[in-house]
Design a protein around this ligand. Structure first.
Ligand SMILES: [Zn+2]
Length: 436
């Protein structure tokens, strides 16, 4: 029996080692024996409650402490937050002395990152603000697309330890970095590959507080695109550049919706999120849930905001160099968008709907130049701004370090290499963000 157990443990270890690809794993698992169970009585009894709809903090405390104690507790609470501003569902932990049932403390999780700890002593209640401890790590992942990008990332076994929401947030980060180079909803091809190094702040429960891509590579139809984070001032306000030190930003976003909001991502490749091709009706239709935010794809001035026949609610924006963009079938306009409003790229202008002639909620998007419609993917836009001359030396060092990170990630697709060099001129062969 013992032997069998040991073997089972060992098999488990082997498979665990294979999964984690650890370098060494001995077959001999020493028998450590069993330790006697030690019973430690709890230092306090806890009761975890959640603030109900329309319930106040005071109401939740009714019956546990008297009115005077309650007033003292709420006063202490106000040192850090307003009891009137507590959201429904806020987790409140009541801590009692185990024997007497005397309430000795209350913890209020006011956000995933902050807890107000209220403690009671002979004088009354006092409070402390406790910041949830976080640690920083770097996530490395690579994958190949079999159907759509969304499932390639969400189902990536490397990322299995992350929550579903956090995996979705990774997709948002990738989309925001590559939104000027690749329309993830229209341009992804089977066999496309990605690699990225993502620095994240993690809470003790494993959830992600924040994060940023340090370096990313996306190979679309054989063309590699790179984005390397660069923050010359170290103030967290950095941005992304390609291997030539040119900003990944362009005058136009390729699409006016976040990739994650475009439906079709849950299904296989036979279902395409784009309802019609550009050729069919001189615009692009993106299926998305009603209410999804719509972004202006470039800086400009609103020249139409209102009803326009079969287009329903429509916004039209005039941009420099004779460009105009149209956004149709909107459920509603963003409140501050009126005729003549100046908008910046990525500003929210309205929400997806199905007004006018539309069989379901979707966004009809058009791009025109000189009055003629064009496919947003075919417009050749000038390259982004280069890293400022003063920051070139720093950029070169950062780039080499971050590309080393990227190079350390094994590729899961066809092997392609790019040059990590000290001289920018040598890397022109495979530069990211290049237009064909
Ligand atoms: Zn359309």
């Amino acid at each position: 029996m013992k032997v069998q157990d040991a073997r089972r443990t060992c098999l488990f270890w082997v498979s665990a080692c294979l999964t984690l690809a650890l370098p060494a794993c001995g077959m001999d698992v020493p028998d450590v024996g069993a330790l006697p169970v030690v019973y430690v009585p709890p230092a306090e009894k806890v009761e975890i409650l959640s603030l109900g709809r329309g319930q106040t903090f005071g109401q939740l405390l009714d019956g546990t402490i008297n009115a005077n104690e309650q007033a003292s507790l709420l006063l202490a609470f106000q040192d850090h937050a307003s009891p009137r501003r507590m959201r429904q569902g806020t987790e409140i932990t009541l801590r009692y002395l185990p024997d007497e049932g005397w309430l000795r403390g209350v913890d209020v999780a006011i956000s995933p990152d902050q807890t107000i700890r209220l403690d009671r002593d002979v004088v009354g209640w006092h409070s402390d603000l406790i910041e949830t401890p976080i640690y920083v790590d770097t996530l490395f992942a690579s994958g190949e697309i079999e159907t759509v990008l969304w499932s390639a990332v969400v189902n990536n076994p490397i990322l299995a330890g992350l929550t579903f929401e956090d995996r979705n947030r990774l997709i948002d980060h990738l989309d925001r970095v590559f939104q000027w180079q690749v329309d993830f909803s229209r341009q992804i091809r089977v066999g496309d590959t990605y690699r990225f190094a993502f620095e994240r702040e993690v809470r003790p429960d494993g959830s992600m507080r924040a994060g940023k891509l340090l370096a990313a590579e996306f190979v679309n139809s054989g063309t590699p695109y790179h984005a390397v984070y660069f923050d010359p001032n170290g103030d967290g306000q950095g941005s992304y550049f390609d291997l030539d030190g040119l900003s990944v930003r362009r005058a136009f976003l390729l699409k006016p919706l976040a990739y994650r909001r475009i439906s079709g991502r849950f299904t296989n490749s036979r279902y395409h999120p784009v309802l019609n091709t550009w050729r069919a009706h001189r615009g692009v239709d993106y299926a998305a849930d009603a209410g999804t935010e719509i972004m202006a794809t470039s800086d400009g001035v609103v020249i139409h905001r209102g009803w326009k026949g079969s287009f329903g609610n429509m916004v039209e924006i005039r941009h420099p160099n004779g460009f105009v963009t149209r956004y149709a079938h909107l459920r509603a306009f963003k409140g501050d968008i009126v005729l003549g409003t100046r908008v910046r790229q990525s500003d929210i202008i309205g929400y997806v709907g199905q007004t006018g002639l539309a069989s379901g909620p979707h966004l009809h998007y058009e791009m025109l130049n000189g009055g003629r419609q064009m496919d947003p993917l075919s417009v050749d836009l000038p390259a982004g701004d280069p890293v400022p001359a003063d920051d070139r030396v720093r950029w070169q060092a950062d780039k080499v370090a971050r590309l080393d990170l990227l190079e350390s990630i094994p590729r899961s697709g066809p092997v392609r290499s790019f040059v990590v060099d000290a001289v920018p001129a040598q890397s022109t062969e495979l530069r990211g963000g290049a237009h064909k």
